[in-house]
Design a protein around this ligand. Structure first.
Ligand SMILES: [Zn+2]
Ligand SMILES: [Zn+2]
Length: 86
């Protein structure tokens, strides 16, 4: 099953306050500017890769994050559900 998707930037940071390393994947949003866990604002997010989400009829919301630096949001084509090999 292939689903049309739209790619978006993914951001990563380690919060110096709560110390969780986090990857933020929000469609059509600006870069992260505070920790989602504790609200600390002195974070330094870096853009890592890109992601796309889609709904699979069988598995619900699926998010594919491509970590490679070379990926751009525009590179995404239709995606196969990675859980549906039938
Ligand atoms: Zn935090
Ligand atoms: Zn599926």
């Amino acid at each position: 099953m292939m689903t049309p998707v739209e790619g978006h930037a993914t951001y990563k940071f380690r919060c110096p306050e709560c110390n969780w390393s986090q990857i933020i994947a929000t469609a059509a949003a600006p870069p992260a500017n505070q920790c989602s866990w504790c609200g600390w604002t002195e974070i330094a997010p870096i853009k890592i890769g890109a992601f796309a989400s889609f709904n699979c009829d069988k598995h619900g919301l699926v998010t594919c994050i491509v970590e490679d630096e070379g990926i751009s949001s525009d590179d995404f084509m239709d995606l196969f559900c990675p859980h549906c090999n039938d």
